[in-house]
Design a binder for this molecule. Structure first.
Ligand code: SF4
Length: 494
């Protein structure tokens, strides 16, 4: 069957500026190709080919959309409609499609959903469609009908050892490289998916299940291929929880050495899982940045989120990383349901006690299939009514619904202040990579990328960069009382 696998575009992925190559798309496209389908990958963030145009030379019998970002729902809907009019069967997959399965309008835009497992399920579904067989016996799908979806039996997630190493010849790798930290050719790869934790605001456990690791040999063979054929010099692991064993770190170190130590890597993990000895091994194996999801400095809020950690250990890990030369990014969320000014004060105090390279403050957004969403639905406070609404609401950079007990301008002032701090501060201890300067450079690169787009893209992109810049300056200057209330003027800037 001719299959088009699609990453739709939209929001902050416009022109691929922060462009994670969709890991599930790549794994599935590889699998379908190995199983004999003729596969094209259409990454709409970077590929200008119009596969909806019959003149593109590829008629898709089926199109599988991997909608991993809420901001790309509108694009997925528009492209699905165009392909449908050519007689293409429309299949939606990945996190956003999964979260939208129970919304009343999702079935209007696609013919089938893949519910959590994409490789075996897609292959079985496409074969059944090709031969005209009944699909109701295929586990792990939802079939669109007049009143909504009919879901089939649940399908367990397979071990990654049953899949293949990702076939990177399916995409134009060079178009997907991004600049990040010291890297000019950074790409997103993954060594695992899923997470064993259950933080109240996060949909990872519902969408990707428990943590499943890929065979490490697959990961290393892909790195070897990408370094030797494309000059890859950075890997941002898109694992929800990046954690390597000592053996894997030794193998990664050997992989770097055989490739002339030409690449570095980093990813997101939990600081309390890292001993000093592990951090040293990570550095030796090429780790140069780590993102820690810290969320809140308030113990009350963290308890509500089921996200416990020892703040003193977090501070130690951050300092140890700095000594080693690993940049650290701390991610915080403001505006949690029920969060009070006192909770926010504790977050400010905790964040400012850490010698992080960058403070990433985001607004809380309600995401379906999370414990906090279930609570909000049960109490009648909130409920999504449409997948289109999901597209406009789920954006951590703006606040569309304030569930906290803190006025919006106070949340905005704290967020803006830490954005400002990230750009301007000098670390207490000398870091080898200056994240603040990198972020500023990134803003300039982002603006330059937008300018290379169509006039509409350039205008939209520059407007969003300008808005961000203005809010960073405006809120703290316009609200000195809030700066004082949260002790922002005391935040150590050295
Ligand atoms: S926030 Fe991170 S640690 Fe918590 S459940 Fe999600 S992926 Fe796991």
């Amino acid at each position: 069957m001719n299959v088009l696998t699609i990453q739709p575009r939209g929001g902050f992925m416009l022109r691929g500026i922060t462009h994670p190559v969709c890991r599930d798309l790549m794994m599935s496209a590889t699998f379908l190709k190995k199983r004999g389908h003729t596969v094209r990958v259409w990454d709409r963030c970077v590929d200008r080919t119009d596969f909806t145009d019959p003149k593109s030379g590829f008629h898709a019998d089926a199109a599988v959309f991997f909608i991993s970002q809420s901001s790309s729902v509108k694009d997925a809907i528009a492209v699905s409609a165009r392909l449908r009019s050519n007689g293409t069967v429309i299949v939606w997959a990945d996190m956003v499609a999964l979260l939208g399965a129970d919304l009343p309008d999702t079935h209007l835009y696609c013919d089938y959903l893949l519910l959590g497992e994409y490789c075996f399920t897609a292959d079985e579904l496409l074969r059944a469609l090709q031969s005209g067989d009944d699909v109701s016996g295929i586990a792990g799908i939802a079939v669109s009908g007049k009143g909504g979806f009919t879901k089939t039996e649940k399908r367990p997630l397979p071990a990654f050892s049953e899949l293949y190493p990702t076939d990177w010849t399916l995409i134009d790798v060079e178009k997907c490289f991004r600049r990040f930290q010291s890297c000019k050719k950074m790409l997103y790869l993954n060594a695992s998916t899923g997470c064993p934790y259950a933080c109240g605001f996060c949909s990872t456990p519902a969408c990707y299940g428990q943590r499943r690791k890929r065979p490490f040999g697959h990961v290393l063979s892909e790195i070897d291929f990408l370094v030797r054929n494309h000059g890859l010099d950075g890997i941002n692991f898109s694992d929800e929880l990046l954690l390597f064993t000592d053996e894997e770190l030794a193998a990664m170190k050997a992989c770097r050495e055989r490739n002339g130590n030409s690449f570095v890597w980093g990813g997101e993990t939990r600081p309390q899982l890292l001993s000093d000895a592990t951090l040293q091994k990570m550095y030796d194996a090429g780790c140069r940045w780590l993102l820690f999801g810290l969320e809140s400095g308030s113990e009350t809020v963290r308890a509500r989120l089921s996200k416990g950690y020892d703040p003193a250990r977090v501070a130690e890990v951050v300092d140890r990383c700095t000594e080693l030369g690993i940049s650290t990014f701390g991610s915080f969320i403001v505006g949690f349901p029920g969060e009070t000014p006192q909770d926010l004060r504790e977050t400010v105090r905790f964040a400012s006690s850490l010698d992080l390279d960058a403070f990433l403050f985001n607004y809380f957004v309600m995401i379906a299939e999370t414990p906090l969403y279930e609570e909000a639905v049960k109490s009648g406070r909130f409920c999504f009514r449409s997948i289109l609404e999901y597209d406009s609401l789920v954006n951590t950079d703006k606040l569309d619904g304030n569930f906290s007990r803190i006025p919006y301008r106070e949340l905005a002032t704290v967020k803006a202040y830490f954005d400002f701090l990230t750009i301007t501060r000098k670390k207490k201890t000398a870091a080898k990579d200056k994240a603040g300067a990198q972020f500023l450079k990134k803003a300039i690169n982002t603006a330059a990328e937008y300018l290379r787009g169509s006039p509409k893209e350039a205008a939209a992109g520059l407007w969003s960069v300008a808005k961000r810049g203005v809010s960073v300056a405006y809120y703290p200057l316009a609200h000195p009382g809030i700066v004082k209330k949260y002790g922002l003027h005391n935040v150590n800037r050295k």
